[in-house]
Design a protein around this ligand. Structure first.
Ligand SMILES: [Zn+2]
Length: 221
């Protein structure tokens, strides 16, 4: 049986070596877990430590899509800035030449169009927009990947999770948890693994260690 856990570590090593030189001194830990999101990233100020968790659903993904998800997660700490948006994080991935993988990830998750969050103030770029940012050789690369993945981008969504991902930034005794463009700040020690989302009647509630720390409306407008 293939050891997918070792695969993840190897993919991270490759990405850091090739595209994230500033993260070489960082202590990066990566693993699988059952969560309400595809990916979770938490980090402390650089070089610091970075922890990435991938949803167990992604074990079935093609390696190219996993590379796309991991790139996006690495681009959060690589920017290390409070004002980081999901859009700027996606653009950072594209600027590092990893756009074809990001597009492969969005095609895998059925995000064909931009995925608007935070009532229009932020967005994850969809397959189509990412494609528009790619250069000639990258487009050829993407088409080859999609052929290999036997994936036809479609407007039908993939299996929906509550959120695409969660990013958690640790600074002096304060933790900022960003979910779909909503930032919730908690103080003290919260384990990343204890962040949960529960959606009911159009409202998503965010819990840390079993305590509700905030909620947001699922309406996109
Ligand atoms: Zn993100």
């Amino acid at each position: 049986m293939v050891d997918r856990h070792r695969d993840l570590q190897e993919l991270i090593r490759l990405l850091v070596e090739e595209a994230y030189p500033e993260l070489r001194p960082s202590d990066i830990d990566v693993g699988w877990k059952r969560t309400s999101f595809f990916g979770t990233v938490s980090w402390t100020s650089l070089p610091g430590s970075i922890r990435i968790t991938c949803n167990t659903q992604t074990k079935k993904w093609h390696e190219a899509a996993l590379l796309g998800l991991l790139s996006h997660e690495l681009s959060h700490p690589a920017q290390d800035n409070h004002s980081t948006t999901e859009r700027s994080t996606d653009i950072d991935v594209i600027e590092r030449g990893l756009g074809p993988y990001l597009a492969a990830e969005r095609a895998t998750t059925g995000k064909y169009e931009d995925y608007i969050i935070s009532r229009g103030r932020d967005r994850y770029l969809g397959y189509r927009t990412i494609r528009g940012h790619l250069l000639g050789l990258e487009l050829t690369q993407l088409d080859a990947l999609l052929r290999e993945m036997q994936l036809v981008p479609s407007k039908k969504g993939g299996r929906e999770l509550l959120s695409h991902e969660v990013s958690i930034r640790h600074s002096n005794k304060q933790i900022d948890i960003a979910v779909d463009g909503n930032v919730f700040t908690v103080t003290g020690d919260t384990k990343d693994s204890k962040i949960e989302l529960i959606a009911r009647e159009g409202i998503t509630r965010v819990y840390a260690d079993g305590q509700e720390i905030g909620s947001y409306s699922n309406s996109k407008i």
